[in-house]
Design a protein around this ligand. Structure first.
Ligand code: HEC
Ligand code: HEC
Length: 247
């Protein structure tokens, strides 16, 4: 009996404690984008959805210090710009789903719904790998770009935030090569792709076409030959090589 009493007292104390701890509000004070009825568990589901979709923590949008108890956060405040951006996004997603995606199918079957993850894929700024790297290249040059590729690959490979398949660096190289003075950097990027994917023939066809543009016929021929050795049945590569050799 004594034991039971002790246990009950402890439970009571624990209950008192949790009553003072932070709880998801049953009556949120400042909702202007979500339905006003979003509270408690529903609000929790939505907010966890945001952090997961964007790969961020609560503090990305809310005033508070990382690691501190939620009690000390000010979730009602709109001081962080990302919170209002998220509101715009909530409205945008709602419009996409309720205005643009309705009546998409002839048989009136419902369309696939868009959500934060559809675009963000674990990234606060939903940007393709090649576009992210191109921004870095324009700002800080080739060494920083290669460094960033390796770091992003280390962190995100196998996830859904960036596409590390064989084509991404080729698309980056093509974007860089649009400025003919940047050809050496474009070639560096292709070499990086060859390091990552040694048996991907199209790295070599890209190299070959850059060498062609640079007037380096021998370099172009060697790279088409390499591409052909990796992909012997490809008629396009054969034709390119024949054309070049008969020049
Ligand atoms: C991407 C931005 C974003 C992230 C990340 C985010 N929130 Fe929010 N949160 C919002 C927005 C926007 C609102 C207001 C929605 C509205 O106006 O309808 C909100 C509202 C809230 C509210 C209601 C406040 C009130 O009373 O009005 C709480 C509580 C809350 N968030 C908690 C959290 C917690 C806890 C996390 C982390 C697990 C989190 N949020 C992560 C954007 C975010
Ligand atoms: C149709 C694609 C799309 C969807 C769906 C989408 N977003 Fe975005 N979001 C973007 C783009 C693109 C940007 C970057 C715009 C820019 O800054 O140039 C962005 C930016 C943001 C930002 C600002 C990030 C920053 O640091 O500047 C937040 C926060 C955000 N989105 C939250 C959300 C939330 C929450 C949802 C789901 C309710 C969502 N987004 C759904 C495309 C989308």
């Amino acid at each position: 009996m004594k034991h039971i009493l002790v246990v009950m007292v402890i439970f009571f104390a624990a209950d008192q404690l949790s009553a003072q701890q932070w709880k998801w509000p049953d009556q949120p004070k400042n909702l202007t984008a979500l339905p006003a009825s979003t509270a408690g568990k529903d609000l929790q589901r939505v907010m966890f959805g945001f952090t997961g979709s964007l790969g961020v923590r609560c503090t990305y949008c809310h005033v508070g210090e990382e690691g501190k108890d939620f009690k000390e956060f000010d979730f009602v405040s709109d001081a962080k710009p990302a919170k209002n951006k998220a509101r715009l996004m909530i409205k945008m997603v709602k419009n996409i789903n309720t205005q643009f995606l309705t009546n998409l199918h002839d048989d009136n079957s419902p369309a696939i719904q868009v959500n934060c993850q559809t675009c963000h894929r674990g990234n606060a700024l939903p940007i393709l790998l090649e576009d992210q790297l191109k921004k870095t290249f324009d700002k800080s040059g080739i060494d920083s770009t290669i460094k960033q590729y390796r770091a992003l690959r280390e962190q995100f490979y196998g996830g859904f935030t960036y596409n590390f398949k064989e084509g991404s660096l080729l698309r980056l190289a093509d974007k860089i090569s649009e400025d003919s003075t940047k050809m050496p950097a474009a070639i560096e990027i292709i070499k990086l792709n060859i390091e990552m994917y040694p048996s991907f023939a199209f790295s070599y066809t890209h190299l070959a076409s850059y060498f062609e543009d640079l007037g380096n016929k021998q370099g172009a021929i060697e790279n088409y030959q390499k591409a052909l050795s990796l992909n012997p049945k490809n008629e396009m590569i054969k034709r390119q090589l024949d054309k070049l050799q008969s020049k």
